[in-house]
Design a binder for this molecule. Sequence first.
Ligand code: ADP
Ligand code: TRP
Length: 326
Amino acid sequence: MSKKILVSGIQPTGRLHIGNYFGAMKQNISIANNGEYESYIFLADYHALTTVRDGNALRAQTLEAAASYIACGLDISKAIIFKQSDVREVTELTWIFNNLVTMPYMMRAHAFKDREAKDKEVNVGLFDYPVLMASDILMYGADIVPVGADQKQHVEYARDIAGYYNRAYSVEEFILPADLILLTTGTVPGVDGKKMSKSYNNHIELFCSDEELKKRVMSIVTDSAAPEDKKNANASVIFNIHKLFLDKDQTEELRAKFETGGYGYKQAKDELLSTIMLWREGKKEKFDELMTHPEELIKILEDGGKKAQKKAESRMKGVRKTVGLS
Ligand code: ADP
Ligand code: TRP
């Protein structure tokens, strides 16, 4: 029996942070590495074009995102890692899908509504974002798409679009990914307690300098409780970030420190910093090495792109025939 397929992308719109890691990357890596799935993991640079207007920055961020994945342990012998734009077919499929979705349907997308609500003029690429993402998911025939909760609607759009296409052309080209598993971890808080996001600048980058890491950790918001006070661990941003790095027992030990009292916020931050530093050991060196000699990384992405493109090419043969382009 052929393996089930995992598809996941991450936008290279900036350096990856611990929200990205615990919200998406960690699960992708562990599922991909167990070898049970045929895994397609890509840097969604076409998606990033909806917001990034600096070619050099996009190029660099794409490499950094790939380096982050590998430094965090993605086994490239088990997963195909590639640049979304190395598979040009995905834009062709998007165009074909565009003719099957209506404007009112697209206008219900959260990403679009949020942007509009912020009084921003939405570009057509951003408006079409869910269709491009559906093309990624359906192109490779995803069975599972491990993304954070904020991407749930996009996965549902992919499911709808598969159905629209199959019905419009009376085919079974795209598997209706009804059993699409959406892996969700809770939302990772940023240093200010809001959802961690680079757009709020409240994030902790995975591979920033040690000084920057320290600065960010020390800037985590706290209340005015004194060191000797008992503290509600669940309400503490320090605790909620720290526990991500801990197993169950360690989490309970940490909780007890907060709740017993005598554990000041300075000490809590120092310990969080040590935990993150320990977690980064080896990974940061690997990241820096990959970025200092990007030739190896570029080659990995090119090889991955070729494999993904092959799969896309065979998919598009059928699609072109069905819709009448060939
Ligand atoms: P950002 O908000 O920093 O721009 P993205 O929107 O590019 O991050 O997120 C990429 C992936 O990381 C998504 O799958 C998203 O669900 C996940 N992710 C981002 N921030 C968080 C967070 N604070 N908590 C959990 N998951 C997150
Ligand atoms: N929209 C996703 C994000 O911002 C990235 C993405 C693009 C993606 N295409 C995808 C994720 C396909 C999963 C599957 O995180």
